[in-house]
Design a protein around this ligand. Structure first.
Ligand SMILES: *[C@@H]1O[C@H](CO)[C@@H](O)[C@H](O)[C@H]1NC(C)=O
Ligand SMILES: *[C@@H]1O[C@H](CO)[C@@H](O)[C@H](O)[C@H]1NC(C)=O
Length: 216
């Protein structure tokens, strides 16, 4: 879905509440919102000495409604075609049904450059796979709060920086949210995927200007 459709109504914070909000506060809020909307790629780091599968430095890419890890350079990818996730934070637009329990910041990503399309990143509430989709597809799942930690360098979901990569097929590593802090053991077993290789990962924000514009 295109950004215009999904989020223009969800940027009310910059409007302020009429006279009550001072000009200074309004400007500060605008700076915060602008910073949250700076786009980044997501690169993986593994704990030192625990990277036998060489996942550090791999980048989050999107394919078939799921997030995977692959080479930062599109020409060196094994998943083709795939799209480099380029993400930013914005309030998740809750509906009448969900607004009593707002999830806070969502994470939007480009899902194609031509035509330019954006979707929400979320963790499937049953399988904990990190996926992308429009509001209808994502709303029942773990859509936030996404945030940053470690001086804005690390991506977190529900205040945890715990993600794992699961080798679902030979050399094909999918990204999962380790919501239960058990290396996704339970949710993988439920799908008969126990026995697959699971690697602890952290997801680092790599600002797009460091990557050099569009990452393909
Ligand atoms: C690990 O990955 C780097 C960069 O992706 C590559 O240059 C290196 O050869 C890889 N090492 C192994 C053991 O696969
Ligand atoms: C959301 O995505 C699904 C699957 O691609 C599609 O069927 C549906 O029409 C989309 N909903 C909206 C509101 O665009």
């Amino acid at each position: 879905m295109v950004l215009g459709l999904l989020t223009i109504t969800s940027i009310p914070t910059v409007t302020g509440v009429a006279q009550g909000v001072s000009e200074q506060r309004r400007q500060n809020q605008q700076k915060v919102d602008a910073k949250r909307m700076e786009k980044f790629c997501m690169d993986v780091v593994c704990e030192e000495g625990k990277d036998e599968h060489n996942l550090s430095g791999k980048r989050v890419v999107l394919k078939d409604e799921k997030a995977y890890l692959d080479d930062p350079s599109p020409s060196h990818r094994s998943l083709k075609p795939s799209h480099t996730a380029q993400a930013f934070y914005i309030s998740y637009p809750e509906t009448e049904e969900t607004k009593a329990h707002p999830r806070g910041l969502g994470l939007v990503s480009t899902v194609s450059d031509d035509p330019p399309m954006l979707n929400w990143l979320y963790a499937d509430k049953d399988t904990h796979e990190v996926k992308y989709g429009n509001r209808t597809q994502s709303i029942a799942h773990v859509v936030g709060p996404w945030d940053w930690a470690d001086e804005e360098t690390t991506v977190t979901l529900e205040k945890k920086d715990m993600f794992v990569a699961v080798e679902e097929e030979d050399g094909k590593w999918a990204v999962y949210f380790d919501r239960d802090e058990d290396w996704c053991e339970r949710v993988l077993a439920e799908r008969g995927l126990d026995g697959k290789r699971v690697v602890d990962i952290r997801i680092r924000r790599k600002m797009l200007e460091q990557v050099g514009g569009s990452a393909g």
